[in-house]
Design a protein around this ligand. Structure first.
Ligand SMILES: NC(=O)C1=CN([C@@H]2O[C@H](COP(=O)(O)OP(=O)(O)OC[C@H]3O[C@@H](n4cnc5c(N)ncnc54)[C@H](O)[C@@H]3O)[C@@H](O)[C@H]2O)C=CC1
Ligand SMILES: O=C(O)[C@@H]1CCC=N1
Length: 270
């Protein structure tokens, strides 16, 4: 299977590197980008080929990954739509763009072509993305499985209904940035109490990683976050002091507001 990546930025880079690290053949990858800088560099790194244009790539690939920003996606689809329509079931398109619905992309293509929508996250760089996937009605099982197998090289894949993409994008696509923001805040707190910033960041990140691992294990056994919070919170201890101070400062509300803002923005990108 030839995979053609349009756009060769951070997300496509993570997916292409992850796929090759997982044993996929990089020589079957094609790349194109707007400025002709990142595509040649990525192609050289993974052993792939640079396509001379987005349309050339669309002629050659079996699976086209639209890895450009949502704001330029319509222009890219305009360049490839005639080719994609001519090729019919021979080629499927996988979009990783935030906010771009299957319906709006079909409108850009001017036809219902085999089209899938996915939402990975930046943790793909370490093989730990949780990625949503949703095909349209004309994607074959083989095409969907081909896309899934590429995405699974950089983490887990969950099938969700398309209506749930905005909240999934907030909870999984955007949340890494908010977790980094939290780690940065812990880092500053460490500095306040005399630790070096780098050391504080490392300690907070390790604590966050362990907490996430424990949460996933406990959730699989039916526990919820409150159960674990109670396990940490000793009567009269320092955790309850911090927990209540955090709530007084609006920690939970701040997180829900961040999600609200991301979901609202996603609806406007469509
Ligand atoms: N960065 C993230 O954490 C996530 C990003 N996404 C989505 O992934 C997509 C790509 O995002 P990033 O990799 O962060 O962006 P990026 O800015 O790192 O990469 C975009 C790439 O598109 C190329 N490009 C721009 N115009 C083009 C054109 N006309 N033809 C061909 N290539 C063109 C650029 O040269 C660049 O290589 C976006 O749609 C974004 O919504 C999805 C999940 C997470
Ligand atoms: O900020 C964005 O729009 C994209 C979607 C998820 C992560 N980055």
């Amino acid at each position: 299977m030839r995979i053609g990546f349009i756009g060769a930025g951070s997300m496509v880079g993570a997916i292409a590197r992850g796929a090759v690290a997982a044993g996929m053949d990089g020589s079957s990858f094609l790349f194109s980008d707007a400025r002709g800088v990142s595509a040649p560099a990525l192609a050289a790194e993974v052993g792939g080929t640079v396509a001379s244009s987005n349309d050339t790539l669309a002629w050659q690939a079996d699976l086209i990954v639209l890895g450009v920003k949502p704001q330029v996606q319509s222009a890219v689809i305009a360049e490839i739509r005639s080719t994609v329509k001519q090729r019919g079931q021979e080629v499927a398109v996988l979009s990783i763009a935030a906010g771009r619905s299957l319906e709006s992309m079909s409108r850009d293509f001017g036809a219902t072509v085999p089209l899938m929508r996915a939402m990975p996250n930046v943790n793909a760089q370490v093989g730990a993305s949780v990625t949503a996937l949703c095909p349209n009605d004309v994607v074959s099982d083989a095409q969907c499985e081909a896309a899934r197998s590429v995405l699974e090289t950089v983490g887990s894949v969950v099938d969700i209904e398309e209506k749930d993409f905005p909240i999934f994008t907030a909870l999984a696509g955007c949340s890494p940035a908010w977790f980094f923001q939290m780690i940065d805040a812990f880092g500053r707190a460490g500095v306040k109490y005399g630790l070096k910033k780098a050391q504080s960041v490392e300690i907070a990140a390790a604590a966050m990683l362990g907490s996430a691992q424990l949460m996933l294990k406990a959730a699989a056994e039916g526990a919820n976050p409150s159960t674990l919070i109670d396990q940490v919170t000793s009567p009269g201890g320092s955790t309850i002091a911090g927990l209540l101070a955090g709530e007084e400062a609006g920690l939970s509300t701040a997180i829900v507001r961040a999600v609200d803002a991301a979901v609202g923005h996603d609806h406007r990108l469509g």
